[in-house]
Design a protein around this ligand. Structure first.
Ligand SMILES: Nc1ncnc2c1ncn2[C@@H]1O[C@H](COP(=O)(O)OP(=O)(O)OP(=O)(O)O)[C@@H](O)[C@H]1O
Length: 240
């Protein structure tokens, strides 16, 4: 299977802090790949670079064969990014927000309608879409933002901690939605601190620590390799 994303030797420093120290990995088409690692490991920095929001000091990446540093616009049209602390336009209704975003990404009125209809359905918010986002719970806002991120069926959805801060019911709904994306040919790169979630969602996992990839494999392979019962144990051992 040809890789959709290849990441090659990314390095990034912020002043004296080395956030990424030669990070390389690749993601196959159609898979869900989870980046896990302790706080400050470099996950968000990686996702921001791949989303073309940040430029690395060294290294590079390709998405769908396109050089992300040389052609950021072409990469942008193939991806969507859900930031960890995304705040939607709170004064808008959910509906007007999705319509506004659909308009930004669509090439025609017909496509705008398609994106909008899909966004409304994916959000699962029903009649509440007519209410202002400022009245939404954290879970509702998150679902709206994820629907916005995937309504245009990107080749790659980059989701930074998609279920962080959600209660069990909302988290389950969001995970089910993420899993269904691969059936539509969307490849997913996500970061998470929830090992149960990672085992449920990810075909492969990359463990990152101090800006380097320390281990990679399917959850099963990682557990077998370190003789661990679960990913949490693998994580503790690898990052010790
Ligand atoms: N804009 C910035 N300015 C200065 N330092 C930064 C900046 N962004 C990230 N860093 C530093 O780079 C390192 C990696 O941060 P990053 O946010 O990528 O980690 P993370 O793995 O996403 O962490 P968390 O799990 O806590 O979200 C940290 O030491 C962080 O403080």
């Amino acid at each position: 299977m040809a890789a959709l994303l290849t990441v090659d030797g990314l390095k990034k420093r912020f002043g004296r802090v080395t956030a990424l120290d030669g990070l390389s990995f690749s993601i196959d088409r159609g898979e869900i790949y989870a980046l896990i690692g302790p706080n400050g490991a470099g996950k968000t920095t990686t996702l921001r670079i791949l989303s073309t929001l940040l430029v690395p000091d060294e290294g590079g990446f390709t998405i769908d064969g396109i050089d992300g540093l040389a052609h950021p616009d072409e990469v942008r049209s193939r991806i969507s990014y859900l930031a960890e602390e995304s705040l939607a336009y709170k004064h808008m209704t959910g509906e007007s927000y999705l319509r506004f975003m659909a308009g930004l990404y669509a090439d025609s009125i017909t496509q705008e309608e398609e994106f909008f209809a899909r966004g409304c359905e994916l959000s699962g918010l029903g009649e509440r879409l007519k209410d202002k986002i400022s009245t939404y719970s954290k879970g509702m806002t998150r679902k709206l933002l994820i629907a916005r991120a995937v309504m245009m069926t990107p080749l790659l959805a980059i989701l930074d901690e998609p279920t962080s801060g959600l209660d069990v019911e909302n988290a389950v709904q969001v995970r089910t939605l993420i899993r269904s994306l691969t059936e539509e040919g969307i490849t997913v790169l996500l970061s998470s601190h929830n090992m149960l979630e990672v085992e449920f969602l990810a075909r492969r996992v990359g463990i990152i620590h101090r800006g380097r990839l320390l281990a990679e494999g399917t959850p099963q392979e990682l557990k077998e390799r370190s003789g661990a019962e679960n990913l949490e144990q693998v994580f503790m051992e690898v990052t010790r």
